[in-house]
Design a protein around this ligand. Sequence first.
Ligand code: AMP
Length: 363
Amino acid sequence: MSSTKTIGIIGGGQLGQMMAISAIYMGHKVITLDPTADCPSSRVSEVIVAPYDDVDALRQLSDRCDVLTYEFENVDADGLDAVIKDGQLPQGTDLLRISQNRIFEKDFLSNKAQVRVAPYKVVTSSLNLEDIDLSKKYVLKTATGGYDGHGQKVITSADDLEEANALANSAECVLEEFVNFDLEISVIVSGNGKDVTVFPVQENIHRNNILSKTIVPARISDSLAEKAKAMAVKIAEQLTLSGTLCVEMFATADDIIVNEIAPRPHNSGHYSIEACDFSQFDTHILGVLGAPLPAIHLHAPAVMLNVLGQHVEAAERYVTENPSAHLHMYGKLEAKHNRKMGHVTLFSDVPDSVVEFGKGIDW
Ligand code: AMP
């Protein structure tokens, strides 16, 4: 049997593109499903142009590929179940359903994986908010459809209840206690259906709810870093994980609290392309193919900066002045405000000296 496979990727954004690049240099062929003909993956793969929930297009992808994967979690799980052949989607659709709905996700994390999450309760209407103890702070989040802080309301006093009640009456929600964290961190873990491999802990800095900067290794104690990695491994094992998963967490002074999981390579793991001996995309491809997974080594401390639409010129200037920085541009045609256009990775053990694009005077 040939070791060369045809891999079908649902979604042709930057994550799909970087997965495809890893697959291609391992000798595989890639076909992408994306609604946009000139999506980032079109630079490196054939694209079937159709909406993600187009069952005929999904069937075509399934017929033409040995293995299927996805670059984002909002794929129609029922549509996929209707067309995929046995074992063709090693990540499975259950993981999609868990990560699409915060109620399922919290239940999975706290009861099945048994990792620590912020105390929470399910909210189905504003009635569930009537008796909350306002001496504490909370975040109310819609169960589905929220991303980058959308569909969320922080509750710090009775003044916030009007908006919170409206959100609670518009959709099913979870009400979480607000965590006074020191740092936001994440851990990338990959599985091949048997074994898992784990990446170093990343520290993430967000601006306007969008990831702006990732610092590796995260500036937390060795014991907290080991704890974070162990939690990610526990979650991966509970899922019998295939492919790459990102676990987003909060680090407090003495503990780690899991916030959410993303069943795919993640923006906070992009540094691994240059800074680790295998990237999160390499291990994703190896994992979904059921191949043995390498242990991951970080070559040196690194920083990744996101390049949003408004930062493209600054980033280009930056790498001209700092030629040892690696510029990645995803090939998106239109540089819209806050749209992720690319990223820069550089080695540095003084991460505070690496200034984010969009921060400070020059950018
Ligand atoms: P999420 O959509 O769950 O990733 O939340 C977006 C951002 O809101 C996170 O990156 C945190 O900065 C913040 N956040 C979410 N949940 C909490 C929480 N329980 N306590 C404090 N901050 C939170």
